[in-house]
Design a protein around this ligand. Sequence first.
Ligand code: MTE
Ligand code: MO
Length: 341
Amino acid sequence: PRRPTIRLPRPGPETVTATPYNAETALAAIGEPLTDPGAFFVRNHFDAPRMDPRDWRLRIDGAVLRPFTLTYSELRALPSHALEVVLECAGNGRSLMKPTPPGVPWGLRAAGCTRFVGVTLRTVLGRAGVLSMAREVVFAGADGFERSLTVRQATRPDVLLATHMGDGPLTRQHGAPVRLVVPGWYGVASVKWLVGVTAVTEPFRGHFQTSYVYRYPGVPGDVPTRRMRVRALITAPRDGAVLPRGPVTVAGHAWSGEAPIERVEVSLDGGATWSPAQLRPAPGWTDWSITMVATAVGVVRAVARATDRRGNTQPWTAPWNAFGYGNNAIGAVEFTIGRGA
Ligand code: MTE
Ligand code: MO
């Protein structure tokens, strides 16, 4: 008789903190061109609300001509757009900063790339008629989380009220039924479980607005975290892998919120010599790979460095800051090349 196929469970995200739930993109899923929503990293500051789309309402109010309330089916009836987007937590890489600042101790997989489908925020704001006195738009999540964008940022044509992610509707952990998606910006801007959109005449000073900032020691003034810093993430070989002698393929993803990726370089000798990887540019992150020959037998350390078209490149050490944001230091993996094989 035929043996039944053994079905491996789909790898879920890997828990970093249980309450509230915070998890990194699963190792088994990180190498894929698009991240399975079921394996996609989760960053929650509170318990994830449960919201039935039938009860969901979005209130659009404040400094607008025509405040109104939108239901889920009304939103779905508006023209929709699909966008491939990288989401990355500003705290990605925090645990690699020395000394490690307080906060969720992320490794390097607080990032993912997926296809979001939704209605442009601009369409909905246009219907409300934002008054010229308005400076910012504040977004409220059902969990109490709030963030703002300037009116200019909020009316960019790629800012979405997303209802779908990957092949299906948004899941609870990712903000169902509707979340904001701000491409190019650290994930904190993409408010989940969105229930309120309020135009305001003064800069918003809420907790999550004033705490997601770079606070450099000895430098006065906090700098808000906005666009994602350039980064190459190595997804192959795995850290700790044992490989036969011969060619080895080093591969991963690269992205920057500032500009498209210009190049990714890999070094096997600690940065003495760099080889350019082949890029597969895509709307979301750029996949890259390069096949190299490791001459040494034993432990090999591969490092990868991305540069974007604005000339932003990864440093060996990112500037330390009090909350551990934006650590885009050059990443490394170590693997062992065995004899024989
Ligand atoms: N929105 C709400 N309502 N509550 C939150 O805690 N976390 C933010 C953002 N939106 C958050 C939120 C942060 S810091 C990040 S990095 C992203 O959601 C993570 O999105 P994800 O969980 O879908 O990966
Ligand atoms: Mo985040």
